[in-house]
Design a protein around this ligand. Structure first.
Ligand code: CA
Length: 340
């Protein structure tokens, strides 16, 4: 049996039919209140003749809304007659997490973006990962997984790629990143150091597909500025892939490409307490500069604890909630990259 045939999820759409199809991917889940029911994961498929396939995913983390809004807008505004090839839109990939407005699934606490390549007979979130990895990604040429900071983090909106060890592949990813046309972007080291990348983009890499991610903002909210960046970017990805005609490219901006490297790019809470940031998102900071303080309002006369940046960089991401536990990520930096 092929890997795809091992998935238990049943799409209501036929990915090979021409035109527009709206429907659900049925994830059967037998519970006390619904013995024979399914979880309805929405999907939109647009197809017009032969050509490349783009797979656009959001709601991989349920509390990241910018991508979900952008894909709702795209699903309604893009017409099959405009494209050559196919666009698959999956706006709420982890549907139970999306409906709950949570990063993880309320059913199995599954963090979808830590579960690839998934398990066909596993928990609901493992089954979703398996379906995306073994059914959707293999039919795609370019994969965009739209994330943001979610409830606990806020990013300067940007697309991102993972640095590939293969220079030719890296150049292709960099061209895709620049086609997106955002003012800021970053690339990360890629992988988690164990040889298996448990993210959706890791699945695209395993299948040899071009992939691009985003971090579009966060704080459990949507901003017009982030939407402008992602909606233009997705159109331009479709042009870059040859699915939309060149005439539909939207003028982008020159992209400042940052690099996010090892542990010294990240700042963590040294104590439990209330987090006072002393820098803003988008600032350039120096090694040793004070990043913030942890306060102890339950003992207001106790001295606060200062913490510092471990390297020079650009403040790409900060924590949102004030109440903080030791080990929470408070900031992460990017550094200007030589790009190539
Ligand atoms: Ca995310």
């Amino acid at each position: 049996m092929s890997d795809a045939a091992r998935s238990r999820l049943i799409p209501e759409v036929d990915f090979n039919v021409e035109g527009r199809q709206n429907g659900f991917i049925r994830l059967f889940h037998s519970v006390h209140g619904s013995a024979y029911g399914f979880i309805p994961i929405p999907v939109v498929v647009l197809k017009n003749g032969d050509g490349p396939t783009a797979l656009f995913v959001s709601g991989n983390h349920g509390d990241e809304y910018e991508g979900q809004v952008a894909l709702c807008n795209l699903a309604k505004s893009l017409e099959p007659a405009q494209i050559k090839g196919r666009v698959i839109i999956l706006p709420m990939a982890n549907f139970p997490a999306g409906m709950a407005g949570r990063r993880t699934s309320p059913i199995d606490e599954g963090n979808l973006n830590r579960m690839f390549p998934g398990t066909p007979d596993g928990t609901v979130t493992q089954q979703i990962a398996f379906f995306i990895e073994h059914v959707l990604i293999p039919m795609s040429d370019v994969v965009c997984d739209l994330h943001s900071g979610g409830s606990s983090l806020m990013y300067v909106p940007c697309p991102l790629i993972k640095r590939s060890a293969d220079p030719g592949r890296h150049a292709q990813h960099l061209a895709l990143l620049e086609a997106f046309g955002a003012p800021l972007a970053y690339m990360s080291g890629g992988g988690n150091g164990t040889g298996t990348d448990s993210t959706l983009m890791g699945g695209a890499e395993r299948a040899g597909r071009l992939s691009l991610g985003t971090e579009l903002g966060g704080a459990g909210a949507v901003t017009p500025a982030a939407l402008r960046i992602v909606e233009r970017g997705l159109r331009n990805v479709l042009v870059h892939a040859g699915i939309l005609p060149e005439a539909m490219r939207l003028a982008g901006e020159a992209t400042r490409v940052l690099e996010v490297g090892g542990p010294d790019y990240f700042t963590y809470a040294p104590e439990n307490g209330v987090f006072e940031p002393v820098v803003e998102l988008g600032e350039d900071v120096r090694k040793g500069q004070i990043a913030g303080r942890i306060h102890f309002p339950e003992t207001p006369w106790a001295p606060s604890v200062e913490f510092h940046f471990a390297r020079d960089g650009f403040v790409l991401c900060k924590r949102v909630p004030g109440r903080t536990m030791r080990g929470d990520c408070l900031f992460h930096l990017g550094s200007d990259s030589a790009a190539g």
